[in-house]
Design a protein around this ligand. Structure first.
Ligand SMILES: NC(=O)c1ccc[n+]([C@@H]2O[C@H](COP(=O)([O-])OP(=O)(O)OC[C@H]3O[C@@H](n4cnc5c(N)ncnc54)[C@H](O)[C@@H]3O)[C@@H](O)[C@H]2O)c1
Length: 512
């Protein structure tokens, strides 16, 4: 059993780190701590035995470039995965909480507030079983003042000999580049109590990060600023995406090219070029959840104008996904009923198998509702995950069973499809043999590039009809408008409508 540690390791020497929650954050973060601090024993625990089993197997539950190698190197040496929460709490001097904080789906704050039940249950468990003093690190993304709630729970339930310090240390990794982000972060944020014990705890946690991160990138501040900074950082990132996506709609309506506009705007050093890529819309477990959490906080603080400002970022994202899905139906002559459509990519971004809030789910659900048959291909998403996601969103498992095929090969998904819909920016989609794919598709054969990653000129030369975000591509049909347009006109005229614009109502479905 670990002896009681003094409050807190006086020379800031940490020997045991624990983490509760072995998900996309807890697993990779602890793997990197173990890699960079060979003298620290790092234990990651989770209440889900399947997940822990996967962490202890050759097929990890999280796909991240570089993660497998680190886990293989450290696991069983100074990195351990376990379901034993009690032992993890008791053995650790520094204890990260990395459990999920999803949007509430019930009661007050439903659909907006963060559900903190997992964080609270961990705090209660720590208070119940801890022996000795602990630094409890809030790594989960939480509303402002959550650290205070954790501290209150710990204080009210602790064994009188134990002392706790609660720090806020939000995680900024992005899925798909998590290992690179953890090895070389822009900054590490640590918020703590403004007291000698608070400062000491901050120093102790900093000492772990300082093993591989330059001191000037470790920023310390008060707890509330740290908690709020995480929500605001995600809100700013998502806001940039919604801003350029809103511009993409203007581009499609005018003939401007959103790529060119983004280039021109991003050259302004005050704005910068990153995160200005228009797309089918952002996904992932964090952006929407964290903005809605921020909206809820603003509403609770009686700041309705501020709440509305941030809510619009989510509204534009929903609009973008819907706009893209509707455009597919419109282009395919206003009916996709019975048509095979290849969904290329199901993860919310490349280099991850995570599908949470993926735009592909919403585009697929819209097409299923319109009666399409879907052939889904993603290099990292398993078939049962696709089925689960579509069942959850559509609520119609029969439709999903009858109309969705998950393929293990992109060519198989494309065979016989009226359209390819690029939903995830996987590199592999850029190098497919599109002439071969074209040959196996009914004509006209469509590509809807929701990520703007393909060579559109090359595709149109092959014969594809290409539709993308924020740009009009000169298609085969535009030289022969009568062949496939609905009579609304085509071409590059500023206000002209092409065959794919949403100019037709439900009664204008074209029969061929
Ligand atoms: N995924 C990201 O890219 C990312 C990035 C930065 C921050 N975050 C934040 O980090 C937190 C975790 O996110 P995630 O994506 O890793 O979530 P996740 O759902 O992948 O993992 C959370 C894990 O916590 C476990 N858990 C929940 N309650 C537990 C308990 N009482 N005891 C033991 N285990 C418990 C769950 O079983 C699950 O495996 C969230 O607050 C999220 O907003 C996520």
């Amino acid at each position: 059993m670990q002896a009681t540690v003094s409050l807190f390791p006086a020379d800031a020497m940490v020997t045991r780190v624990g983490c509760i929650g072995a998900g996309y954050v807890g697993g990779p973060t602890c793997a990197v701590i173990a890699l960079k601090c060979p003298d620290i024993r790092v234990t990651v625990c989770d209440m889900n035995p399947t997940r822990i089993g996967q962490w202890n197997s050759d097929k990890l539950p999280v796909f991240e470039p570089g993660l497998d190698e680190i886990v293989q190197k450290c696991r069983g040496v100074n990195l351990f995965f376990t379901t034993d929460v009690v032992a993890t709490i008791q053995e650790s001097e520094v204890l990260f909480i990395s459990v999920n904080t999803p949007t509430k789906t019930y009661g007050h704050g439903k659909g907006r507030a963060a559900n903190l039940k997992y964080v609270e249950s961990v705090a209660r468990e720590i208070a119940k079983v801890a022996r000795g003093n602990k630094i409890v690190v809030e790594k989960s993304t939480v509303p402002v003042k959550s650290a205070q709630s954790i501290a209150d729970i710990l204080k009210a339930n602790r064994n009188s000999q134990n002392k706790f310090q609660v720090l806020s240390n939000p995680e900024f990794l992005a899925e798909g580049t998590a290992i690179e982000d953890l090895l070389n972060p822009d900054r590490i944020l640590i918020g703590g109590e403004d007291s000698p014990d608070g400062w000491k705890a901050i120093e102790t946690l900093s000492s772990v990060y300082k093993r591989w991160i330059p001191a000037d990138r470790i920023i310390t501040m008060n707890t509330w600023s740290s908690e709020l900074s995480k929500l605001v950082a995600n809100a700013f990132l998502a806001q940039r995406i919604s801003a350029i996506n809103a511009v993409s709609a203007v581009c499609e309506a005018t003939g401007a090219d959103v790529g060119q506009v983004a280039l021109a705007v991003g050259k302004d050093s005050r704005i910068g070029p990153r995160f200005l890529q228009a797309s089918v819309g952002f996904g992932g477990s964090c952006f929407q959840k964290d903005i809605l959490n921020l909206v809820y906080i603003c509403e609770s603080l009686n700041l309705p104008e501020v709440a509305e400002f941030w809510l619009n970022v989510v509204s534009i994202n929903d609009y973008q996904k819907q706009r893209f899905a509707k455009r597919i139906v419109n282009c395919l002559f206003n009916t996709v009923s019975g048509k095979r459509i290849a969904i290329m990519g199901f993860a919310f971004k490349k280099n991850t198998g995570d599908t949470r809030e993926s735009a592909a789910i919403y585009v697929s659900a819209h097409l299923l509702e319109e009666g399409a048959r879907l052939a889904v291909y993603d290099p990292k998403v398993e078939a049962d995950q696709v089925t689960r996601d579509l069942n959850n969103v559509t609520g119609t498992p029969d439709v999903v069973r009858d109309q969705v095929e998950v393929c293990s090969d992109p060519y198989e998904a494309a065979r016989g499809a009226h359209a390819l819909v690029i939903c995830t920016e996987w590199d592999v989609f850029q190098t497919l043999d599109y002439a071969r794919i074209f040959a196996g598709m009914p004509k006209p054969a469509y590509v809807f590039d929701g990520r703007k990653i393909l060579d559109h000129e090359k595709l149109t030369k092959i014969g594809f009809e290409v539709e993308t975000i924020g740009k009009r591509v000169r298609n085969v049909s535009q030289s022969h408008p009568a062949a496939i347009t609905n009579g609304a006109g085509s071409g590059d005229g500023a206000a002209g409508l092409n065959s794919c614009e949403d100019a037709t109502g439900p009664d204008s479905e074209m029969t061929l």
